[in-house]
Ligand binder design. Structure first.
Ligand SMILES: Cc1ncc(COP(=O)(O)O)c(C=O)c1O
Length: 482
């Protein structure tokens, strides 16, 4: 490899380009800002567990004090620093609450790490499906009544895990769900990976799941706050959860050499938010209102707006995170992927996610006013061009609800055979198929493949969406149970 192709040189080149990052990490590489400017060269503070610096896996000194202080900031009984992202918190939360053969109820729109947690815990899983925002092609929230129905049917369930907010910012009624779940004497785990900013924007952003009664809440600091990629926290409320068990799994799922750079980044981030977060979030909210005001001029593209909660009362959207700018192009004759390409090629704006029907921008308080306005102008200009386009819309089947034929953790250990995807109807999948991002399975191992699923995957491939999970990178061949 020549020097020019070294990753570090590619990163430097990208960092110097004028690309506008409407994606994670939340710090947006704003190294000049007062807060991030205080962070030294990472090599100069990268140490191991030397005397006086404690040990994350057996914290009894400065790291214990730091995590206790953080718990106080959040109002949690316990806060754990996670150096392997929310993924490690989700794995530990599942394995720490559900034993092999026991049952967990999970929202189907969970991230792939939740499915990995089920495989590792050898649990039985059942799903509660999110509602759909008709006309936008976007998933809504989870209904407490749906959770209740499932628990009534399977009262031996040991834990419930939901994702709220979704990748697109839809927040479920966590308080109502917690009440139902606690009625069965079991814990509610909330994957709040995309809502780490909620606790610091009280009254402006949705209420954090921790304040709504959830027992374990996992937040990726790196997604929406100024902290390094991979940094996350898990908060626990005592009562329903055995913290000792959780810690046992945290030790298994996290590196035995947790990065002090990451831990310092987390502590610094929480410190900054505790000191100045309320003011920063207020100013950020004002910038968002400006942007959303400007986007009221959209004619074809449709923005996910708070009015949707009134308009689609059954969609389970209890609240909306306004920092996610979600523009739906359903009915405009283009896919989200095409819209994302136009934004990148013509405006040098890189979105977080481009799906079949919409694009998502992750904005944070570190986004500059000029960058938010740049996004607004680009969307308005492209919208004007769409008004002149008269292309037919793509045919997009709805998300299927595959039948579970084999336990997930058994299915991944079964003998498999490979088939052309087109010939797989009636077979039991041995692999996941999902779009990444967001990593929500279209089908999981042990589930029945149907014509409907095959059609959906083919449609996604045609739209050049990132179909992943299958060993065959071209997504033409699927491994099914032999
Ligand atoms: C909903 C959701 N949960 C969990 C995760 C995993 O988070 P992390 O990347 O911090 O491990 C993601 C990642 O994108 C996600 O979208």
């Amino acid at each position: 490899m020549d020097k020019e192709h070294l990753l570090i040189n590619k990163l430097k080149k990208y960092g110097a380009a004028d690309t506008c990052p409407m994606h994670m990490p939340g710090h947006k590489r704003q190294t000049g800002e007062a807060f991030l400017g205080a962070f030294p060269n990472p090599f100069s503070i990268d140490i191991t567990e030397i005397d006086g610096f404690d040990n994350l896996h057996n914290a009894e000194g400065i790291l214990k004090d730091s995590m206790e202080w953080a718990a106080g900031v959040y109002g949690a009984d316990k806060t754990w620093y996670l150096v392997n992202g929310s993924s490690s918190g989700i794995l530990s939360a599942i394995c720490g609450t559900v034993k092999p053969g026991e049952r967990i109820l999970m929202s189907r729109n969970c991230h792939k790490s939740a499915y990995h947690g089920v495989i590792l815990s050898h649990a039985e899983v059942d799903y509660v499906y999110p509602q759909t925002l008709e006309g936008l092609g976007i998933q809504g929230g989870i209904l407490a009544s749906d959770v209740e129905k499932k628990l009534k049917k399977q009262p031996d369930t040991k834990a419930v895990l939901i994702v709220s907010p979704t990748y697109d910012g839809a927040v479920s009624d966590v308080a109502a769900i917690a009440e139902v779940v606690h009625g069965y004497g079991i814990p509610l785990i909330v994957d709040e990976a995309h809502g780490a900013h909620f606790p610091f924007g009280k009254g402006l952003f949705p209420k954090s799941a921790l304040d709504c009664g959830a027992d374990l809440v996992i937040q990726s600091l790196h997604k929406t706050l100024p902290s390094l990629t991979q940094t996350a926290v898990m908060h626990g409320r005592s009562g329903q959860v055995d913290f000792v068990r959780i810690e046992r799994f945290l030790q298994m799922f996290q590196s035995s050499s947790p990065s002090y750079v990451f831990m310092a980044s987390m502590e610094q981030c929480i410190w900054e938010m505790a000191q100045n977060g309320a003011g920063q979030m207020q100013a950020f909210n004002w910038r968002l209102q400006n942007l959303r005001g400007k986007l009221k001029g959209l004619k074809r593209l449709r923005l996910l707006e708070p009015e949707i909660m009134e308009r689609e009362k059954n969609a389970g959207v209890f609240d909306l995170d306004l920092s996610k700018i979600v523009a739906s192009c359903r009915g405009c004759g283009i896919s989200g992927e095409m819209l994302g390409d136009w934004l990148r090629d013509r405006y040098h704006i890189e979105m977080e996610m481009c799906g079949a029907d919409y694009v998502v921008a992750i904005t944070t308080y570190l986004d500059r006013e000029e960058d938010l306005q740049r996004l607004g102008t680009a969307l308005l200009e492209l919208d004007g061009e769409l008004a002149e386009l008269d292309a037919p819309d793509w045919e997009k089947p709805d998300l299927p609800r595959p039948q579970i034929c084999r336990n997930l953790s058994d299915a991944v250990e079964c003998q498999l055979k490979e088939r052309d995807l087109a010939d797989c109807a009636g077979e039991i999948s041995g692999e996941f198929i999902y779009l990444y991002p967001p990593g929500i399975p279209i089908v999981a191992p042990g589930e029945l493949v149907t014509e409907e699923i095959i059609r959906l995957v083919e449609a996604y491939k045609e739209m050049k969406l990132p179909v992943q999970g299958m060993a065959d990178r071209a997504a033409k061949r699927l491994k099914v149970l032999a």
